[in-house]
Design a protein around this ligand. Structure first.
Ligand code: KG4
Ligand code: ZN
Length: 359
């Protein structure tokens, strides 16, 4: 079995997989997700209007060990059945990464099994493989509270970053605009709910960098929303006005994301488009992309909500691909004699910043 751990931000998440023997030589073995557990910290950070890194790290410290034990117990298994342990080693909040990483490192060292340090964004990109595997080459739009990027994915470990944000992430733009509108934390879901009854064309809000069509920029939106609210004055308290501003903000962010995705589709003719990260939960983004991609014959893959936001199942998917690459024959591989288990485990570390094309 493989245990996967994710603690890069504000969710403590663990997942358990079974790695079964390949049916024929050269065929990847099947990876079956047995179960997963998650402890969310949303209520802890609510009072601060955002994730407080130090509090998040402390919370991981208390949550992680009981979560792993419960997961193993629920599946009638124990540490002794683990063949490998996968953990997010970056990018993310350093203190948070260190909690999961130190735990995984100790476990791998004690059990003499391989430690598989895993890239968080690579996890998000491969999350659709859990239930709706896309055809490659694909374009992946990764949109969360910390990241906004468009990646060309030719296959596993074949990535080219096409566009990144110059400043705020798309989720951050949702969250900051929601705060300006007096909506509750987390802002993205609250803003999109408020937008449901609104007119997306009520206000014109600019997003982006005019001279660079392949980069995202959301920091100007904050100022535009602030000015817009000032111009409206007390009328912002009327629910219909608030909904109109929310709908216009959402439309502006989504327009920027959809436009760049379509430009990249024209340039690279992918088989599929993957949308992942917390903002992929946004219904308006999903429906706009579907409308645009269907006529082009490009399939859209958006994982279910629990695998869009941070989770450990996506980490397990990537780790099992890597494990398969390194150990194509489960029978002949003896984890207890693997050289990577001792010195490499002890000397390895986390990377708060880690561009995916450096993998
Ligand atoms: O992937 P995620 O759970 O954590 C990070 O790694 O950042 O993403 C969280 C982000 C937050 O900014 C949140 O406001 C945004 O995803 N989000 C949404 C929606 N649901 C979550 N943004 C827009 N519409 C939503 N429905
Ligand atoms: Zn994430």
């Amino acid at each position: 079995m493989l245990l996967a751990i994710e603690t890069s931000c504000d969710e403590t998440a663990v997942a358990l997989f079974e790695l079964s023997q390949p049916l024929a030589p050269g065929v990847p073995y099947e990876t079956v997700l047995l179960g997963e557990k998650l402890a969310s910290q949303v209520t802890l950070h609510e009072a601060y209007g955002g994730v407080v890194p130090e509090l998040a790290a402390r919370e991981h410290l208390t949550a992680l060990s009981p979560l792993v034990r419960t997961l193993l117990e629920e599946h009638g298994t124990s540490f002794a059945s683990l063949r490998a342990v996968a953990v997010t080693s970056g990018p993310g909040l350093k203190g948070c990464l260190l909690v999961g990483y130190s735990y995984a490192k100790a476990l791998a060292y004690e059990l003499s099994i391989p430690l598989i340090p895993t890239h968080h964004i690579e996890g998000h990109i491969f999350a659709p493989e859990l239930d709706d595997p896309p055809a490659y080459p694909a374009l992946a739009l990764v949109v969360s509270g910390g990241h906004t990027m468009l990646v060309r994915v030719s296959g596993f470990r074949q990535y080219e970053i096409l566009a990144v944000t110059r400043d705020d992430a798309a989720g951050e733009a949702f969250d900051k605009s929601a705060t300006l509108l007096g909506l509750p934390y987390p802002g993205g879901p609250a803003l999109s709910r408020q937008a449901e009854a609104g007119n997306p064309e009520a206000y014109s809000l600019p997003v982006g960098v005019a001279h660079d069509p392949m980069s995202f920029s959301f920091s100007g939106l904050k100022t535009a929303v602030h000015r817009c609210i000032q111009g409206i004055g007390n009328a912002i308290e009327k629910p219909e006005v608030l909904s109109n501003v929310a709908a216009s903000v959402q439309a502006a962010i989504v327009r920027a994301l959809v436009e760049k995705t379509l430009t990249a589709c024209e340039m690279y003719s992918p088989e599929s488009v993957i949308v992942t990260g917390g903002v992929a939960a946004n219904g308006f983004l999903r429906s706009r992309l579907k409308e645009e991609l269907s006529p082009l014959g490009i399939s859209l893959h958006v994982p279910p909500m629990k695998w869009c936001t941070d989770n450990a199942a996506m980490i397990g998917v990537v780790a099992s691909k890597e494990y398969w690459m390194k150990h194509p024959n489960l029978d002949s591989f003896n984890p207890r004699t693997a050289t990577e288990t001792a010195s490499e485990i002890v000397s390895s570390g986390v990377r708060a910043r880690w561009p995916i094309d450096e993998l």
